[in-house]
Design a protein around this ligand. Sequence first.
Ligand SMILES: Cc1cc2nc3c(=O)[nH]c(=O)nc-3n(C[C@H](O)[C@H](O)[C@H](O)COP(=O)(O)OP(=O)(O)OC[C@H]3O[C@@H](n4cnc5c(N)ncnc54)[C@H](O)[C@@H]3O)c2cc1C
Length: 488
Amino acid sequence: MNIVIIGAGIGGLSAACLLAKQGHTVTVLEKNAGFGGKMNLVEQNGYRFDTGPSLFTMPEILESLFEYCGTSIPKQLELVPLHNNCRYFYQDGTQFNNYSDLDKTLQEIRRIAPEDEEAFTKFLEYAESIYHKTNDAFVLNPLYDLKDLKGLNLFSFFGIDAFTTVSKRVDSYFKSPYLRQFFKRFTTYNGSSPFLAPATLNVIPHIEISQGGYYVKGGLFRIAQSLYDLANSLGVNFLFDSEITQIHVLKKKVTGVEAKDGKLLDADLVVANSDATETIVQLIDKDTISPKKKKKAAQIEPSCSGFVLLLGINKTYDQLIHHNIFFSKDYEREFEQIFTEKVMSDDPTIYVANTSYSDKDHAPEGSSNLFILVNAPYLSDSYDWSENEYGDKVIRDLEIRGLSDLSKHISFRKEITPQDFYTQYLSNKGSIYGTSSNDKFSAFVRPRNKSREIEGLYFVGGSTHPGGGIPLVIQSALNVVELVERFE
Ligand SMILES: Cc1cc2nc3c(=O)[nH]c(=O)nc-3n(C[C@H](O)[C@H](O)[C@H](O)COP(=O)(O)OP(=O)(O)OC[C@H]3O[C@@H](n4cnc5c(N)ncnc54)[C@H](O)[C@@H]3O)c2cc1C
């Protein structure tokens, strides 16, 4: 078949590899000049930054893709397990190291929260039990039709702790304010609020703490590079600077796509890696999808966005390791500002990735490349990003929290705002993880990987089932291929 993929993000690249391997003729049309989408790269003044993901989890999903295409992770990438997953800095001066070695982490817990030593182990057992109930049923399953529901134990929905919030469940286990904040943090991995999202998302600490988080030698952009190289080797055709403005449909079946410059491409199948909401609302005409249905699609809540500050610093800070989190004082207030008031927090939690800690050539000698991320509300009228000085505030906050004289050591600076995430990648309201999981039914309203209304239209990427983040995006491509095999 002749297949067109809209977008060369991780979702589009993954789908391109798999569909080309199936023997189809695949063309990828990408609006930007390069591939990778939100997994992007900035290289300047001797500094190298990943501008999107910094932590890679669930490598077995990427391995399934590589295996399908006749290769493997060891042949493509060097995964680096982190011995210290992340260093946490609390505002009272307390520091906590979350090691990949559980015994070492337990020593840390005995130091900062001895009252919760037993709770820590019990919580990880609880998180693991959610993983076993959700992984096959909700993650590795296209959940498209009755066949997908057959093997499911429907009672499992009641066993996945969906009827309380992450925050309430965490509080029920821990007394320590340090561990409460630590465990609530993982909900932000898919852009949701721990005070709103179902406790099912407590599965995430199991994935990072018990299964492991990885860095990719050279930087995470290498994942996008390896998929792009693989796609090329499988004969995929890439057309960059090609923004698609319409998906052509005749009698409820796709016939092709139209680019901004008027170029037309015929297709038997179209796979949209463009944001699913944007695709339904902007790229399909109203005779095919009614305004009422478009309105419904537009109402799906996006995940949060992010404010990114890339700093090249002509010194190193001894307290910084690879991943670092500087926590806010009042976590609930912070999330209320982001998700309810939709403004930037006045006391944000600040994430700092310092890949020059692991890859010395990511910064000139004696210097460091700081990728700084603050959770941000998705775009709305409540916050104006034009002429914004939030970057200066974040630098001042980091100075107060221990990175002394940071502002005096900046030799490179670049900001990426939620508005940029929209303009550059056309992601719904600048969201960075697709749709939010702030509701217990989120998993069910997220668009499936095959359209039920338009024959030959498929969806891949973080705004589709099973959700955002690298492994789930790759899983969405595996789902697409399974559904193409099933239906075409
Ligand atoms: C700052 C940040 C930090 C993150 N941290 C992590 C992390 O640590 N770990 C993790 O697992 N995940 C993380 N994520 C999430 C992860 O990056 C995303 O889930 C994933 O990269 C999304 O891939 P995608 O293919 O779904 O979408 P995208 O990357 O958005 O790709 C979509 C592509 O389609 C193109 N496109 C859109 N519309 C059109 C059109 N009309 N015509 C042509 N092309 C179009 C876009 O330009 C883009 O290239 C992070 C994201 C960000 C931004």
